[in-house]
Design a protein around this ligand. Structure first.
Ligand SMILES: Nc1nc2c(ncn2[C@@H]2O[C@H](COP(=O)(O)OP(=O)(O)OP(=O)(O)O)[C@@H](O)[C@H]2O)c(=O)[nH]1
Length: 318
């Protein structure tokens, strides 16, 4: 489109209607076009910008990414997009009067485009979009995702019940055992020499080993109320309601065998056989004897410690 001198007011009228900050700088970085949006959101009116150097209007932009982008457009003919994530609030622009009073700058996305008019005169067009609403939505979605994750009951890595699920279940089952006068067993189990496994094979293969052990063991509980959970790190726990100690120990031995049968190589294990093994501690409360939750957990932990101390790859019960 060609512009006649008469159409200049029309052009100014058009850019004043655009709902995006629009300004043009000449090769000397002087403002030659400034739309109403810029005036409304910066408080600097069109008349005050005439022939003013952009960096006199916004001195804090000297030495910043925006100055480099303007330089690139005017001298190297290259466009730039200043992403909102890296340059949150570059210009002192405010979405509303109230925001200006509180000093809350609008979130901005700025594009700088070189303009060549064909007569060797270089200009650059700067467009500023208010992305505050989009950023707010994004933040809200992120917060919701975090909240949802904290409510989930499954462990991200292994897909078995997570610690939160375990804490709720052990509390519920302890109260139920007391109320119903039933026994309750708890296993704590841990992969042997797992630090050495990670050191030898790398953390990713360590993760794969955790997944393999968890998926094998989590299918071995037969009653709906039994719960296999990741307690933390490479430690797992199994809640066995209405299960006396001897039955729990039998199950624990079967679990140890099952892991051995996987024959996952573990060259760094200080054992006769260089394969992945587990140790299990079992604690039980007899019928109607369930005490406090922490007592059962501490007892299972102590039993696990004993299983480790006695050589690993075994079950110890208290
Ligand atoms: N790959 C991986 N490693 C983990 C994870 N969580 C914990 N670990 C590692 O598990 C290792 C546990 O080491 P330790 O507690 O010293 O126990 P260990 O080496 O298994 O020795 P024992 O239990 O005495 O046989 C640590 O190196 C942790 O970094 C995980 O999610 N993935």
């Amino acid at each position: 489109m060609k512009c006649s001198v008469e159409s200049l007011p029309l052009l100014q009228g058009v850019i004043d209607c655009i709902d995006v900050g629009t300004l043009v700088l000449d090769a000397g970085e002087r403002v030659v076009l400034w739309n109403r949006w810029m005036g409304q959101h910066s408080g600097v009116l069109d008349a005050e910008t005439v022939e003013r150097n952009f960096f006199d209007l916004f001195p804090e932009q000297r030495g910043k990414r925006l100055e480099a982008a303007i330089g690139q457009a005017l001298r190297s003919n290259l466009p730039s997009l200043l992403s909102q994530t890296l340059n949150r609030w570059p210009l002192p622009l405010y979405s509303s009067k109230a925001a200006a009073e509180k000093g809350e700058r609008m979130q901005q996305q700025i594009t700088v485009t070189p303009l060549n008019l064909g007569n060797n005169e270089r200009y650059c067009l700067i467009q500023v979009a208010d992305v505050s609403a989009a950023v707010q939505r994004e933040n809200l979605l992120r917060e919701q995702a975090v909240a949802l994750r904290s409510q989930t009951l499954l462990d991200d890595l292994t897909g078995v019940a997570n610690r939160r699920h375990f804490d709720m279940a052990i509390d519920r089952e302890t109260r139920r055992a007391r109320r119903m006068g039933t026994p309750l067993s708890l296993m704590m189990l841990d992969i042997d020499f797992f630090k050495a496994y990670n050191d030898h094979y790398g953390h990713q293969q360590g993760d794969a080993c955790l997944e393999a052990v968890a998926s094998t063991l989590s299918t071995m509980q037969q009653r709906p109320a039994d719960l296999f959970a990741r307690y933390g790190g490479e430690e797992f726990a199994v809640i066995l309601p209405d299960t006396p100690g001897d039955a729990a120990v039998m199950m624990a031995n079967a679990m140890c065998r099952k892991v051995r049968d996987l024959r996952i190589p573990h060259q760094a294990a200080r054992m006769d056989e260089r394969i992945v093994t587990i140790s299990i501690g079992v604690a039980s409360s007899e019928s109607g004897q369930a005490g406090e939750v922490y007592e059962l957990i501490n007892a299972a932990d102590r039993a696990l410690y004993q299983a480790k101390a006695c050589g690993r790859n075994r079950v110890h019960s208290v």
